[in-house]
Design a protein around this ligand. Structure first.
Ligand code: FAD
Length: 431
């Protein structure tokens, strides 16, 4: 165990940190001005300019897994590579990106594209990669991931009702999806859709994932869903009707019935990315809180000298540092023993990070008084976004459930301890 970052970890983190400081932060006001002009669902030019700069400097597609991760054929994927950072190295970069809302896009490292690119990278055929992965990696197009449905409790993905029916050389898709993030962006050209190809197969063998071009006839975007009133333009979160959408059979990913397998692979690293960015968000909120508290006086002394703030600031520092360590541990385990063995750590950080950030942002809002809930300090929007992360990629309770189940499995009753009424009753059935 060594808590000192290596030279390579520092090298990549500092390049991202410096780029955010030198180029992204100074562009924030331009971003807001361009965002406020004209159409909501448009390309924001300053992001394109920053993307060109980051790409030129080679700080681009940093999330792409290293070549020897054992999941794909080296010869085939040679041209679909990022700089080969480990999860641990990338985690440190993602924290820096998290400090400013649009920063991750400037490095071509934003959700849901990152998860979708990983799926294409791991499971895509050569043709699928040429057609969709190449332009995604160039930052020319964007993508969406369509799993959640309005009619069913989608945190249990076995409930999904969307149909994917084989018809000759095609598949025909029928269903309704919502919370399809990124589908508002005019460059969003491709969606990975989860649906069922066989309603009679085993619980986890009914689902498949297919590549669906967003301009296919029958893809009808019904509305965008605001988050506490924020439209999150230009990418947004959409409700989409899929009505007799016809796609070639070659757009199937991995094979019929393998949707769950892909979902497991997709969400592991993606969760860590969100969590590390969340730590950056929390650092930013703490920084704003400290500055504001020292800048104003109330009841005869600077606000920061009222002891309640010492306690809140100290707790924030403790919580951020504990959360970062857990996140880095999860990332390191993913690198060393794989996503599957790191399952409990990934679930723990997925619950911990947004809850930690929400407490700190809430206190930062309080420290700013009325200003805190306005748009002036970015705290209200940060709160809204973090609140969604207690739901997106699975609600807290689902992750808590898997953490607890692993814990229960580790500590089964010793001989003679088991209560007959329990082991033959409900508890037994849920294990
Ligand atoms: C801003 C945002 C962006 C999103 N982006 C995407 C996207 O790009 N693509 C996509 O497919 N989806 C996306 N989602 C959807 C998200 O993944 C789902 O909302 C989430 O998985 C929960 O599913 P659900 O909304 O159907 O809630 P339900 O499944 O109906 O669950 C409702 C509540 O039930 C409770 N619950 C569920 N299981 C348990 C349990 N085991 N124990 C106790 N309580 C439980 C939880 O409190 C949960 O919040 C996004 C959501 C948001 C808010």
């Amino acid at each position: 165990m060594d808590f000192q970052p290596t030279e390579r970890q520092q090298y990549w983190r500092d390049r991202v940190r410096n780029f955010v400081q030198d180029h992204v932060r100074p562009a924030v006001s331009t971003y807001h001005a361009q965002d406020a002009e004209g159409d909501r669902w448009k390309v924001i030019q300053v992001v394109e300019d920053l993307k060109a700069k980051a790409k030129d400097q080679g700080i681009w597609n940093l999330f792409m897994p290293p070549r020897n991760d054992g999941h794909h054929h080296v010869e085939e994927s040679f041209e679909f590579e990022g700089p080969g950072l480990t999860n641990l190295e990338y985690a440190l970069c993602a924290e820096e990106m998290g400090r400013i809302g649009f920063a991750s896009e400037t490095f071509n490292c934003s959700a849901p594209d990152t998860g979708n690119m990983e799926v294409l990278h791991r499971y895509g055929t050569r043709d699928q990669k040429d057609r969709w992965l190449a332009p995604l990696m160039q930052g020319e197009i964007r993508s969406a991931f369509l799993m959640t449905e309005p009619q069913v409790a989608s945190s249990d993905a076995t409930n999904i009702e969307c149909r994917i029916d084989r018809d000759g050389d095609d598949y025909v898709i029928n269903g309704r999806k919502w919370w399809s993030s990124g589908a508002g962006d005019p460059r969003c050209k491709i969606a990975i859709v989860m649906g069922k190809t066989d309603f009679s197969a085993g619980r986890h063998a009914q689902q498949s994932m297919v590549l669906m071009p967003l301009d296919a006839p029958g893809v009808n975007i019904l509305r965008h869903l605001p988050v506490f009133g924020y439209d999150d333009a230009p990418h947004g979160h959409m409700e989409i009707e899929l009505k007799d959408v016809r796609i070639p059979a070659t757009n199937m990913l991995l094979g019929e019935g393998r949707g769950f397998e892909i979902a497991q692979g997709r969400l592991g690293p993606g969760r860590i990315h969100h969590c590390m960015r969340t730590i950056g968000v929390a650092e930013e909120a703490l920084e704003k809180m400290c500055r504001r508290l020292q800048a104003r006086e109330a009841f005869g002394k600077p606000i920061y000298k009222h002891s309640v703030w010492e306690e809140r600031v100290a707790q924030a520092r403790i919580d951020i540092d504990m959360t970062r360590l857990l996140c880095l541990k999860a990332a390191d385990m993913m690198d060393k023993v794989g996503n599957k063995a790191a399952k409990q750590e990934i679930a723990m950080i997925k619950v911990q990070a947004p809850n930690m950030a929400l407490r700190i942002i809430d206190n930062a809002i309080q420290a700013h008084g009325g200003g805190g809930v306005s748009e002036d300090f970015g705290l209200a929007k940060a709160y809204a976004h973090q609140r969604t992360l207690r739901l997106a990629d699975g609600p807290d309770e689902v992750h808590a459930r898997s953490i607890a189940r692993m814990e229960f499995a580790r500590h089964t009753p010793l001989p003679g301890e088991a209560d007959d009424t329990l082991s033959s009753g409900d508890m037994g059935a849920t294990r």
